[in-house]
Design a protein around this ligand. Structure first.
Ligand code: PAF
Length: 281
C-alpha cells in the first residue's frame, strides 16, 4: 500500500494509474477508521481496479468552537486496517498541502439542501466539505467515490455538487453500519463516557421505532412526536433537531406521501451525534 503526503506525488500516482487504463475509486475519510469506513473500502474494492483512501481531518469544515483539534487521529492504526482490505493507496496530506498560504477558493452548494438540518447548526460546514471533496475527487482522478449514508445530508449535497459541476464521476452511498446495540458507527463515538455511550442508544431506538411505524399517509407530526418521545425520555440526550424532510429538497413534509429522509442530531455532553433513515415511496 502506497502512502502519499504531497499533492505532487499523489497526482503523479493517479495520472500513472489512469494512463495504465485503470478505474479509480476514492473513499474520502477523516481517519479514526471504524467498521463503517471499512465497509466503504470493501464496496470500493469490488467496484474499481484501484482503491484510494484519503485520510485528512479537513479544517475548513469545522466551526471555530467545534472539535477540529480534538478530532481523533490514529493514522498508524488506520493504515493497518486499510492494508487488510486491501486498499492500494492512501492520501494523507498536511493541511498546508491542500490549503497553502493565500488559499482563497471555495465550493458552496447553495439553497436549503445546505442550509437546513446540520447546515443550520453548523454554518460553513458543508462549504468546507464541498471544497475538500472537490479537491480530493480531482486529485484522485476518481471514477467513483463512496460515502456513508449516516451523513445523509452530506451525501445529498455531494451528489448535487457533482451533477451541477458536471463531474464525470459516480457517487455511491453505502448503508449505515451499526454497533451490536444499534448505535451508528462514528469516529465521534470515542468521545462518549460510559453513561453517555449507553444513553446514545436512544438514537437507534428512535430510528427503529420510526422505521416500524412509517407508512404512506402518516402525518409527519405523529411520526416526529413518537420518535422524539424516545430521545426526550433519555436524561443525558439534548435534542438538536429531528426532522422529516423530502428526500430531494430537504423541505419539511406534513404527510408521508413521497420519499423522505428522517434525520436527527442529538448532543450527549459535548458530543453531537447524528443518525437517520430513508423511507422510499
Ligand atoms: O464524512 C467525512 O468523513 C468528511 O466529511 C469527508 C467527506 C471525508 C470530507 O472531509
Amino acid at each position: 500500500m502506497e502512502i502519499f503526503q504531497t499533492v505532487e506525488a499523489f497526482k503523479d500516482y493517479t495520472k500513472a494509474m489512469k494512463a495504465a487504463g485503470k478505474t479509480i475509486a476514492l473513499v474520502p475519510t477523516m481517519g479514526a477508521l471504524h467498521a463503517g469506513h471499512i465497509a466503504l473500502m470493501e464496496a470500493a474494492r469490488k467496484a474499481a481496479d484501484v482503491v484510494i483512501a484519503s485520510v485528512f481531518v479537513n479544517p475548513t469544515q469545522f466551526g471555530p468552537n467545534e472539535d477540529y483539534e480534538a478530532y481523533p487521529r490514529a493514522f498508524s492504526e488506520d493504515c493497518e486496517k486499510l492494508k487488510q482490505v486491501p486498499v492500494d493507496a492512501v492520501f494523507h496530506p498536511e493541511p498546508a498541502a491542500l490549503y497553502p498560504e493565500g488559499y482563497a477558493t471555495y465550493v458552496a452548494v447553495e439553497g436549503d439542501i445546505t442550509n437546513k438540518l446540520c447546515g443550520a447548526q453548523r454554518p460553513g460546514h458543508f462549504r468546507g466539505v464541498a471544497t475538500v471533496v472537490t479537491k480530493l475527487l480531482h486529485l484522485a482522478r476518481a471514477d467513483k467515490a463512496f460515502f456513508g449514508q449516516k451523513d445523509a445530508q452530506q451525501l445529498i449535497i455531494i451528489k448535487k455538487m457533482t451533477r451541477d459541476l458536471n463531474f464525470d464521476i459516480e457517487i455511491i452511498g453505502c448503508p449505515i453500519v451499526r454497533e451490536k446495540d444499534g448505535l451508528a458507527m462514528s469516529s465521534r463515538n470515542a468521545y462518549l463516557n460510559p453513561e453517555e455511550r449507553k444513553a446514545a442508544t436512544c438514537l437507534s431506538k428512535s430510528i427503529a421505532l420510526g422505521e416500524s411505524i412509517i407508512k404512506k399517509g402518516l402525518p409527519a407530526r405523529e411520526l416526529k412526536d413518537r420518535m422524539e418521545k424516545i430521545i426526550k425520555g433519555e436524561p443525558l440526550a439534548k435534542m438538536d433537531y429531528l426532522e422529516i424532510v423530502d428526500l430531494n429538497t430537504l423541505q419539511p413534509v406534513e404527510c408521508i406521501n413521497d420519499s423522505v429522509l428522517v434525520a436527527m442530531a442529538v448532543h450527549f455532553g459535548k458530543t453531537r451525534l447524528i443518525d437517520n433513515f430513508i423511507c422510499e415511496i
